[in-house]
Design a protein around this ligand. Structure first.
Ligand SMILES: Cc1cc2nc3c(=O)[nH]c(=O)nc-3n(C[C@H](O)[C@H](O)[C@H](O)COP(=O)(O)O)c2cc1C
Length: 395
C-alpha cells in the first residue's frame, strides 16, 4: 500500500475555479483537485457545461501543472446524476465526485448537498446508480459533512456511501448547521474512518503545518484536503509535505513561500485571468485572491487596503506587481491528445530544486528569492463562506 501522504485541493464554488486551480497547483504540493460542483437537476447537461467548469477536460483532465482534476456533481436524483456522470466520464475527468456537503440554502431547497445526509438510504442509491452507470474502473468518490443538524448519522452516511461503491470519501468535519464556524471536528472524522474500509480524507480548518499535524493525529487519516488555507497560503501544501518529510523535526523551517514568491504566482495568475476572464470581472478576481492572501501575508493586507476600490485590472496589476505585471503569459491549454500541458513555459531553464524541496510544481523552480519573515500576522476570517450554490450552473 502506498503510504505517501496526498494533499487534495478542495472544490470551492465561486472562488477556486480553473484559473486559481491552475496557479495553486503550480505552486506545488497538491496531488489532486476536485472541480467546483456542477448542479444536476432533471436533465442531461450539454458537454459545454462540463467544459466551462472544467476546461482542464481539454487537457486530458490535468491542470497545466499536470495535476489531475476530478469532476464534482451535486444533485439528488440517482438516475439523473448517473446519466450526467456517464456523460462527464466520457470527457475524461479523473473520476466523479459527488457532493454531500454543500450547506447553501438554494442548493438544499432542491434536495442536494448536505441535506441528503438525513437520508443515508438515498446516499446509497445515488452511489450505487452512479457506480453502475459509469464504466468499471472509473473512480467514484464522495464528499460529505458530518451531518445536517447533528453528527449522529455520520457513520451511517459514510457506510452508505462506501457500500454504494464510493472508492474514497472526503469528510469535512462539521455539520451543515455548523457551516464554516471553527472548529472542525477532526477526531469525529477519525471515527468515520474507522467505520468504513475505504480511504477517508480529512478536511476543514487546516490553515498551518501545526493544524495539519493535529488533524492527522486526531483523525488518523493519511490524506488531507486543503481549502481556504491553501488559497490564503499557496505554500501550505509544500510546507506540510516538507514537515512530513523531515518527520516533524522540531524546528524544521518549512519552505513556506515568501511574499516575492507569492507575487510571482500572482503575476502568473494575472496572466491567466487576463487570458480567460472577460475584462469587467478581472479586477474582482484579482482582489478576491488578494483578500484571502491577507490572512497569511501582511503585505497583502497593505496592498488590499490600497487597491480595494480599484476597478481597473490593468492598473491594479501594475500597481501590485510592478514589472512582473507585464510578464507575457504564453501558456495555453492543448487538446486532449496533445503531449504538453502548456505549450510554452514561463521561465527558461529553471535551476533544479534544492534536494529538500518537496515541490512537484514547476513554476517555483525558477524562483530564488529570499524567504522573508516566517511569522506573519493572521487576520480573522474576513468573510462568511456561504457562497456555494448561489451561482447555479446554467444548462
Ligand atoms: C466559497 C466556498 C465554496 C465551496 N464550494 C464547494 C463545492 O463546490 N463543493 C464542495 O464539495 N465543497 C465546497 N466548499 C467546501 C470546501 O470544499 C471545504 O470542504 C471547506 O471549505 C472546509 O475546508 P477548509 O476549512 O480547508 O476551507 C466550499 C467552501 C467555500 C468556502
Amino acid at each position: 500500500m502506498d503510504e505517501t501522504m496526498n494533499l487534495l485541493l478542495a472544490p470551492m464554488e465561486g472562488l477556486l475555479d480553473f484559473t486559481l486551480r491552475d496557479v495553486l497547483t503550480r505552486a506545488g504540493g497538491i496531488q489532486r483537485c476536485v472541480s467546483e460542483f456542477i448542479r444536476i437537476t432533471d436533465m442531461l447537461l450539454p458537454e459545454r457545461v462540463y467544459q466551462r467548469v472544467m476546461p482542464e477536460l481539454a487537457n486530458g483532465g490535468f491542470t497545466p501543472a499536470g495535476i489531475a482534476v476530478r469532476g464534482q456533481l451535486l444533485g439528488s436524483d440517482p438516475a439523473c446524476l448517473a446519466d450526467n456522470a456517464a456523460r462527464m466520464v466520457a470527457m475524461s475527468p479523473h473520476g466523479v465526485d459527488l457532493n454531500f456537503g454543500c450547506p447553501a440554502k438554494i442548493v438544499n431547497r432542491h434536495g442536494g448537498g448536505a441535506s441528503l445526509l438525513d437520508d443515508p438510504e438515498l446516499l446509497h442509491r445515488i452511489l450505487a446508480e452512479v457506480r453502475r452507470t459509469v464504466p468499471a474502473g472509473t473512480v467514484v468518490s464522495a464528499k460529505m459533512r458530518l451531518g445536517t443538524q447533528d453528527d449522529s448519522r455520520a457513520l451511517d452516511c459514510a457506510r452508505a456511501l462506501a457500500d454504494g461503491g464510493a472508492m474514497e470519501i472526503v469528510v469535512h468535519g462539521r455539520t451543515k448547521l455548523q457551516g464554516y464556524k471553527p472548529p472542525a471536528y477532526w477526531a469525529r472524522i477519525g471515527e468515520v474512518r474507522e467505520a468504513v474500509n475505504i480511504p477517508v480524507i480529512a478536511n476543514g480548518e487546516i490553515w498551518s503545518v501545526a493544524d495539519a499535524r493535529r488533524c492527522l493525529a486526531e483523525s488518523g487519516c493519511r490524506d488531507l484536503m486543503l481549502g481556504r488555507g491553501q488559497v490564503a497560503d499557496p505554500g501550505l501544501a509544500l510546507a506540510i509535505l516538507h514537515d512530513q518529510a523531515v518527520n516533524h523535526a522540531n524546528d524544521a523551517r518549512a519552505p513556506a513561500l515568501s511574499w516575492p514568491e507569492v507575487l510571482q504566482l500572482f503575476a502568473a495568475y494575472w496572466g491567466i485571468v487576463r487570458a480567460h476572464i472577460v475584462p469587467r470581472y478581472q479586477a474582482g478576481r484579482l482582489k478576491q485572491w488578494l483578500q484571502h492572501l491577507r490572512r497569511r501575508y501582511p503585505e497583502a493586507e497593505l496592498a488590499y487596503q490600497a487597491l480595494r476600490t480599484e476597478q481597473n485590472a490593468e492598473r491594479l496589476a501594475t500597481t501590485l506587481l510592478g514589472e512582473h505585471a507585464s510578464v507575457p503569459f504564453d501558456g495555453r491549454f492543448v487538446g486532449p491528445t496533445g503531449a504538453g500541458r502548456y505549450t510554452a513555459g514561463f521561465a527558461a531553464a529553471p535551476p533544479p530544486l534544492p534536494a529538500t524541496h518537496p515541490s512537484n510544481g514547476r513554476f517555483l523552480q525558477g524562483i530564488q528569492s529570499e524567504q522573508s519573515e516566517r511569522h506573519r500576522g493572521v487576520r480573522p476570517e474576513e468573510r462568511a463562506a456561504e457562497r456555494a450554490g448561489a451561482a447555479a450552473q446554467d444548462a
